[in-house]
Design a protein around this ligand. Structure first.
Ligand SMILES: Cc1ncc(COP(=O)(O)O)c(C=O)c1O
Length: 498
């Protein structure tokens, strides 16, 4: 960051930063032979890189050293920067360091949830049940199925049915019915399918009321919403553990992050053992460090990634998450309202933003068109990058689509699905980030309208390939010519030679 950028905060920094992401100017040739800028609406999968974070990583590289080394200059610099990264994350999430620790693990949220499921299980071996919801990403579902004795999925139903929100009544009833046996509740703060925001503190209060712990999957929330884990005046609202992904927080290449209560971790030997987390190793025993976060981070960590992520978080913190949320909301709500007004579109989840607040993601289908065809046309003709299929959230997507699918296919055998069924069973997801603009929404809406108006014309140019995906009959961009590791390297080496 330049020194003038450093002095910016709030709206002024937001205005500057929104255009300061790597990849906003990426352009590709479309099926009409025109070169146009890519409209990146796949931020929920992975967000673009914040340029100041990239710069910090690049500056840091001159000093890179393993943090397990101790006494040379670079080791001091690396260690101090890495420590700062942990501290910055704790501050950002309102998690005081006397109660919580932060550790980096794996490449995203998945590793952290697996880890914490085992920690919670072992912390209270007598309580064998985990409660999750059906709106969870598989990464906040399968780890609990694997590591816990029993998992109960809370449905979306009742009054909230049309919104596809978690049924708080069912959650409370389930907690009540299983009182004494529920180890923890693990819920996403924001759905990666509908973008629906869950009331995590109300969920925490319920979990705690019935003696359970609370884990939050923050993969889709940390970059978009203000988060405060610790509430001294309302202890039941506190979050026991929260996990998120750096690559969804404007820092591709950065690790997954766990912020958890230290006391939960302390009684249990860390799952991963190795260098860096022990004080002493003898032939017949070893002494695990009591110092956090060292004891939780066996082996050499992803130091540059963590430092880049902390730089991003510093920038987000200087803008202020309330302001940032408001700015993103304007783009989201415009998209939601305009999409809800198109009769040929099915928009999944409640579309009244006040009754059913959302962040970042909108999933939809064009009636009568396969999700894969729509996603391919958006890419090939309009240069709009979206995701399609089921977004690693099969139970939730199924819940929202099952009635329509049964109309077309009759009773469904989910264990044996035909290729034709698979082409229908899914959605298109447009997802937004800090860099998304009103103009991007206008381009998306105009593209959707054009696809609806000219559906047959577009469809005639597509065939289904052996992977059951839609493929244009003649537009076959040579992606290896657009980016190629060897060419990139050769170009550098040639320039270095000049
Ligand atoms: C809500 C949610 N949880 C967990 C994950 C898994 O994150 P990662 O792929 O970074 O491990 C995702 C990824 O899309 C997600 O959206």
């Amino acid at each position: 960051m330049s020194s003038s950028e450093a002095s910016l905060t709030g709206q002024a920094l937001l205005d500057k930063i929104r255009d300061d992401f790597i990849g906003l100017n990426t352009a590709y040739k479309n099926a009409r032979g025109e070169i146009s800028p890519r409209i990146y609406l796949d931020s929920t999968a992975s967000s673009l890189m914040l340029r100041p974070a990239y710069k910090v990583i690049s500056d840091f590289m001159a000093h890179y050293s393993n943090t397990h080394s101790k006494l040379h200059h670079s080791a001091h610099i690396s260690t101090a920067a890495y420590e700062w990264a942990h501290k910055r994350v704790l501050d950002f999430l309102g998690a005081p360091s006397d109660i919580y620790t932060c550790f980096f693990t794996g490449a995203g949220t998945t590793a952290g949830i697996n880890r914490m499921a085992r920690v919670f299980r072992d912390f209270n071996l007598d309580k064998k049940i985990a409660i999750i919801s059906i709106m969870e990403h598989h990464s906040n579902d399968l780890p609990h199925r694997k590591h816990m004795h029993k998992v109960i999925h809370i449905p979306v139903e009742g009054l909230e049915e049309s919104h596809m929100c978690i049924s708080m009544t069912r959650l409370e009833n389930t907690l009540k019915e299983n009182k004494g046996n529920v180890n923890y509740v693990s819920i996403t703060a924001v759905s990666n399918v509908t973008g629906i925001i869950n009331p995590i503190h109300n969920i925490a209060r319920l979990a705690h009321k019935y003696g359970a712990l609370i884990m939050i999957d923050g993969a889709q929330s940390v970059a978009h919403l203000p988060t405060t884990m610790f509430h001294p005046d309302d202890p039941d609202a506190c979050i026991d553990a929260l996990v998120f992904s750096g690559h969804k927080t404007y820092t591709p290449g950065s690790p997954g992050v766990v912020v958890a209560r230290k006391d939960l971790l302390l009684g249990i030997e860390p799952e991963e053992v190795g260098g860096g987390m022990v004080d002493r190793v003898l032939e017949d025993r070893y002494l695990v460090k009591t110092k956090f976060p060292d004891r939780e981070e066996a082996g050499t960590p992803n130091i540059p990634g963590a430092i880049g992520l902390a730089a991003t978080i510093e920038v987000l913190g200087r803008i202020g998450m309330e302001l940032l949320m408001k700015a993103e909301d304007e783009v989201m709500v415009k998209a939601l309202n305009e999409m809800a007004a198109i009769p040929e579109l099915i928009v999944y989840g409640g579309t009244d933003h006040k009754a059913c607040p959302r962040a970042a993601s909108i999933s939809f289908n064009i009636r009568g068109m396969d999700h894969g065809l729509v996603a391919a046309i958006l890419n090939d003709y309009f240069n709009i990058a979206v995701r399609n299929q089921c977004f690693c959230a099969h139970p939730y997507v199924k819940e929202m689509m099952v009635k329509d699918l049964e109309k077309d296919f009759g009773a469904i055998d989910f264990g044996n699905m035909s290729p034709e069924f698979m082409r229908k069973a899914g959605m298109v997801r447009a997802s937004f980030g800090l860099y998304s603009k009103q103009k991007d929404v206008e381009i998306l809406i105009s593209a959707i309208r054009q696809i609806i108006a000219e559906a047959d014309d577009f469809a005639q140019y597509y065939v289904i390939n052996e992977e059951n995906d839609y493929q244009h009959v003649s537009f076959r961009p040579r992606h290896a010519e657009i980016f190629n590791i060897q060419s990139s390297l050769d170009q550098y080496l040639a320039e270095a030679n000049d």
